[in-house]
Design a protein around this ligand. Structure first.
Ligand SMILES: [Zn+2]
Length: 214
């Protein structure tokens, strides 16, 4: 029996044919410390490449990306007509390109997600104190006891219903901070299939491209 951990596939357990599956849980339990460490250390294994296109599900938009090397010392991202993103400057290194695209993404996300949360909070009568948008490694959003909501900028990659779910989920935490039955019941008054949607949202991290994870 072997265990593999990566940020793409998560935890993978490989067992021989005919293996008694009832022992798997016990085996995982016995390795839990190793698994926890490995998950914390794991980095995306996929090679970082310059994207040819950028698709933001939430905005229903897809850009083709053009690269134009020039002598400037910073990469600039220019939005051009016909849904083209033109990157100029030192654009040969994928890592440099990723940094510039992530800055562009961050601005877009703040512009879209902050007012949206405000509208939803007012519409559903679920007040919050403040909102920030940033890259979060493992969460789509979070909410503090002070009703301060933090949203993952990569929500832009999700389809609208899933991103909306995350915002409503965090707004509901302003009323009920934990994940108790009471919380889920309250959330389901706004999101009737909250538990199923939560599972879809977890899987949707696969729609985030490699460059947006650096
Ligand atoms: Zn939650």
């Amino acid at each position: 029996m072997t265990i593999k951990v990566s940020s793409w596939t998560g935890l993978e357990v490989v067992v021989p044919v005919g293996f008694n599956r009832s022992h798997i849980a016990e085996f995982i339990q016995s390795k839990s410390r190793w698994i926890k460490n490995a998950l914390e250390r794991s980095h995306p294994v996929e090679e970082l490449k310059r994207p040819e296109s950028v698709q933001l599900g939430l905005l229903n938009a897809i850009w083709s990306v053009g690269y134009c090397p020039s002598s400037e010392n910073r990469v600039s991202v220019l939005e051009q007509p016909g849904n083209v993103l033109l990157l100029t400057g030192p654009v040969r290194r994928p890592a440099t390109v990723a940094v510039a695209l992530n800055q562009w993404l961050q601005k877009r996300a703040a512009r879209v997600l902050k007012p949206w949360l405000g509208r939803l909070g007012a519409e559903l009568s679920l007040p919050f104190s403040r909102v920030s948008v940033r890259r979060q490694k493992t969460k789509w959003g979070s909410c503090s006891a002070e009703k301060s909501i933090s949203l993952n900028r990569n929500l832009l990659f999700l389809p609208e219903p899933l991103a909306r779910y995350v915002l409503v989920h965090e707004l509901c935490h302003c009323r009920q901070l934990d994940h108790s039955e009471k919380f889920w019941d309250f959330l389901e008054t706004f999101e009737p299939n909250a538990r199923q949607t939560a599972a879809k949202v977890r899987e949707a991290s696969e729609s985030v491209p490699r460059w947006a994870m650096v």
